[in-house]
Ligand binder design. Sequence first.
Ligand code: SAM
Length: 198
Amino acid sequence: MINQERLQEIKKRALESHIPIIMDDTLEEIQKRLKNKPPKKILEIGTAVGYSAMCFSELLQSDGYIDTIERESERVEEAKQNFIYVGVQDKIHIYEGDAVEILPTLENVYDVVFIDAAKGKYPFFLNQALRMLSPDGIIFADNILYKGYVMSDYNKHKQRTAVRNLREYIKEATENPELETEILEVGDGLAISKRKVM
Ligand SMILES: C[S@@+](CC[C@H](N)C(=O)[O-])C[C@H]1O[C@@H](n2cnc3c(N)ncnc32)[C@H](O)[C@@H]1O
C-alpha cells in the first residue's frame, strides 16, 4: 500500500517546482478505465519525478509492475528517491535515456501504455506501443489536444511540429482498424485506444 501522505507531499513539491505532472481529472479517468481490470504490466513514456507512475502502481495486480522511461538524469534521480520514499521501488523500474532509443530495445508485452513525453514523437511512440501491447491492451496518450492547439488553426512556429505530430497520432489511432479510439477533453486532452479483440 502506497504512503498517501508522502505521495501528496511529492505532488505538491512537483507543482511548486513547475514540473509537469498528470492532471487530477486525467488520472481519475485512467483509474476509472482500469478499475475493473487491473493491469499486470504498465509501460510509461515520460516519468518526470514519478508521480503518475506512483499513482498507477496502486492500480496494478498484486504481482504487477511498471516500466517507465525518462531522459533527464536529475528527474530520474528524484523519481528513484520518490519511489523509495513511498515504498514502491520494487514495483517500478525506471529506464534512463531517450525513449526513442530505449523503446525499440524493449521486448515485453504490456497491458497498458501511458504516453506522456515529447509531443513531436507521439506517432513513433504509438507504433512502439502497438508493437508491445497485449491483445486486449489499452493505450493512453496525455496532452493530445495540447491546450486546444490541435483542434484549432493555431500555427505558431514553436508548436507547429508538436501539433502536426499530435494530429498525426489522432489520425493513426482513429483510423487503425485494430483500435477503438476515443479523444476526451479531460485535462489537456486524453486519447484512449483499446485494442479490439478480433
Ligand atoms: C509531462 S512529463 C511526465 C509527467 C509524468 N508522467 C507524471 O504525470 O507524473 C514529461 C517527461 O517526459 C520526459 N521526456 C520527454 N521526451 C522524452 C523522451 N524522448 N524520452 C524520455 N523522456 C522524455 C521529460 O523530460 C519530462 O520529464
